[in-house]
Structures are given as C-alpha cells and as structure tokens.
Design a protein around this ligand. Structure first.
Ligand SMILES: NC(=O)c1ccc[n+]([C@@H]2O[C@H](COP(=O)([O-])OP(=O)(O)OC[C@H]3O[C@@H](n4cnc5c(N)ncnc54)[C@H](O)[C@@H]3O)[C@@H](O)[C@H]2O)c1
Length: 320
C-alpha cells in the first residue's frame, strides 16, 4: 500500500477552526503538510463569534509536532481570499492544496427567494471557493501542480427538512460548487491541477441542531465523525489523486463517486409532446426499486451528448 503523504506540500484549509475543516487540517498536518488554518469565526448563520478558533487548531497541530499558521480572513471577501493564499506563500514558500470547506447554513422561505441568505450563501460557498482558487491558480500553473478539494453537499441533490424548512440557496450554491469543480478540472487538465468535490456527511454543530433527539442524530454521533471525511478527502488532496472533475460522497468510512448519468432515452427526429408522454418509460430509463440504474451512461462532458444522440439514432451519418 502506498503511503499518502504531504511532506514539502503546503495546504490551505478554509473554515478549519472546527467541524470537518479542523479534521482536514489535522489530518493533512499529521501526514506532513504545512497548513494555513483559516477561519473567520462565525456561527452557522454567518454572524461573528468572539473566539480565535483558527489559532486553537494551529495550537493543536503544533502540540502534535505539526506545522501550521492561523488566518482569520473571510473567504467571501476577495482581499481575504487573496491574503490567505499569500500567507501560505509568505510563511511556507508555496501553495499546493486548497481545501475549500468554509460554510454557513441559513434558510429563507421559498416565497422570499432570493432572500437575505441567498447572497451570503453564494458569497461564502460559491464565490469563496472560486476566489481562493483564483488566488492560487498562478502558483499552481507555474509549478505545474495543484490539488483542489471543494465542498458541496448532498443538499444539492434535493433536501427539505421534515418540518418543511427548505435550504434553497444553500443547496443552490452547493450545486454551483459541482459545476465550478468540473470547470476547474477542465481548466487544470494538462497542468497537473486536479479539482474534485466532496459531499460530506458528518456530525458537527451545523447538523446536530437540525435533528435533535432523532435516531439519525444518534447514528451520526456514533458513526460519522468529521475525521472520516478528512481521511477520504486526503486522497483527493494528494499527489496520487487518481481523478479530476469528480464528486464523491464521503461519510463514516465510505467513499463513492457521484455519477451524473442518463439513459439513452427516447429519441425521434419527429418528436412531439404526445410521443414523449407515450414513451415516458424510455425517457426515465430502467431502475429497480432500490434505484439501481440499468443501461445508464455517465455524463462525461457536454460533447458526449452528441455521442448519445447519435447512438439513439439521430444524425448518426455525420462524423463528429
Ligand atoms: N456536516 C455535514 O454533515 C455537512 C454536510 C454537507 C456539507 N457540509 C459542508 O461541509 C463544510 C463544513 O461544515 P461543518 O459541518 O464542519 O460546519 P461548521 O459550522 O462546524 O464549520 C464551518 C466553519 O466555517 C467557518 N466559516 C464560515 N464562513 C466563513 C468564511 N466566510 N470564511 C472563513 N471561514 C468561514 C465557520 O466559522 C466554521 O468554523 C461546509 O461547507 C458545509 O456546508 C457539511
């Protein structure tokens, strides 16, 4: 088995003062990385809290013999995002890994969207991840090396709380992270810059207040520690990272790729709404009761759509 190590590598982990981010920082440092531990110290709604949690994690890392520096800027602020990358350069001489983890979680009502939480979510989750990457990109390009781990959420796949709370703009921003990750991977292809996203699930202060007194909370407390997420994500942050542009479910010791896929579907050059309705089974493809999909094709990139169209019998005579 090859060791996953980060000796001589420098990593920035955002929102690393607690929860999953702290676990990322500790695990990267334990495996040899020098880590900039960023945290803006806010509550889950994004309001300021009076502690220095970035420094507390740096102290933990140092006590364990690791190397780390604290940064207290906000990822949602372009100057702040630039400054945290600059700090990696100034203190440790380079930047190799960005783990975009900082996050908040608020909600507006659907009838108020885009509401007050909307811009906040876009700024922190989506623009924040873009801004740290843009600050590091010139260094990644120059050294022909970079690893990006963005944090999405299963909420992007559909999530309404049992009490009816909808996490619209949170989920929308996290959906944007999936698209941003694919684009970053495309831009980094050939430059040895790899970008992947994780959809974590771990007990933290962000999730426990949402499910008080439930068996799910009990399950999460027992089986889904933040360290499980960090250990899986370390592969994506490493030199050996086998994939780019992918998203992975990571939780409780399980890691699995999230595949965007579609069946061959219904295709007819003379398509009408009536024909579509009549052939709805083909549009939806085959799946069993447990949602196991049969005869689906992975959505590799948008050019692959043409291949599927041709395979479904439309315009197959034209060589693309
Ligand atoms: N815990 C889960 O099950 C779960 C599920 C899906 C996605 N996520 C995502 O994982 C990430 C970590 O979540 P967590 O559960 O550890 O939450 P957490 O609240 O414990 O940690 C988030 C940290 O981010 C920091 N932060 C917030 N805004 C910031 C900003 N603008 N700049 C810098 N730091 C900022 C906070 O101060 C906090 O310390 C988030 O992006 C979250 O959306 C978590």
């Amino acid at each position: 088995m090859t060791d996953v190590r980060f000796d001589d590598r420098v990593a920035l982990v955002t929102g690393a003062g607690g929860g999953i981010g702290r676990a990322h920082a500790l695990s990267l440092a334990e495996r040899g990385a020098k880590v900039v531990v960023n945290d803006y110290a806010v509550n889950i709604k994004g309001d300021s809290e009076p502690d220095d949690r970035a420094q507390a994690v740096v102290d933990e890392i140092r006590a364990l013999g690791g190397v780390a520096a604290a940064n207290r800027d906000s990822v949602a602020d372009a100057t702040g995002a630039q400054a945290m990358v600059q700090q990696a350069i100034d203190e440790f001489g380079r930047i190799d890994v960005i783990v975009n983890n900082a996050g908040i979680n608020a909600s507006d009502k659907i009838e108020n969207e885009p509401g007050p939480a909307y811009q906040q979510h876009m700024s922190v989750h989506l623009e924040g991840q873009l801004m740290t990457v843009r600050a590091a990109w010139p260094y990644f390009e120059r050294q022909n090396y970079g690893r990006i781990v963005n944090t999405s959420s299963a909420a992007a796949l559909g999530f309404v709380q049992p009490d009816g709370t909808w996490y619209g703009s949170y989920a929308i921003a996290k959906g944007g992270v999936l698209a941003a990750t694919r684009q970053m991977a495309g831009a980094g292809a050939g430059l040895n810059i790899k970008a992947n996203a994780i959809l974590p699930l771990a007990i933290s202060r962000m999730v426990s207040p949402l499910i008080p007194g439930t068996s799910v909370l009990d399950y999460m407390e027992r089986h889904t520690g933040p360290e499980h997420v960090a250990l899986a994500a370390a592969v994506l942050a490493s030199e050996q990272c086998p994939s780019t542009g992918q998203a992975f479910s990571v939780s409780g010791g399980r890691m699995a790729v999230l595949v965007f896929a579609s069946p061959l579907g219904y295709a007819d050059p003379e398509l009408t709404p009536e024909k579509v309705l009549e052939n709805w089974g083909q549009v939806m493809g085959e799946q069993d009761k447990e949602h196991q999909l049969l005869n689906y094709y992975e959505a590799v990139d948008n050019a692959f759509e043409y291949t599927l169209l041709q395979r479904a019998g439309i315009g197959a005579e034209i060589a693309l």
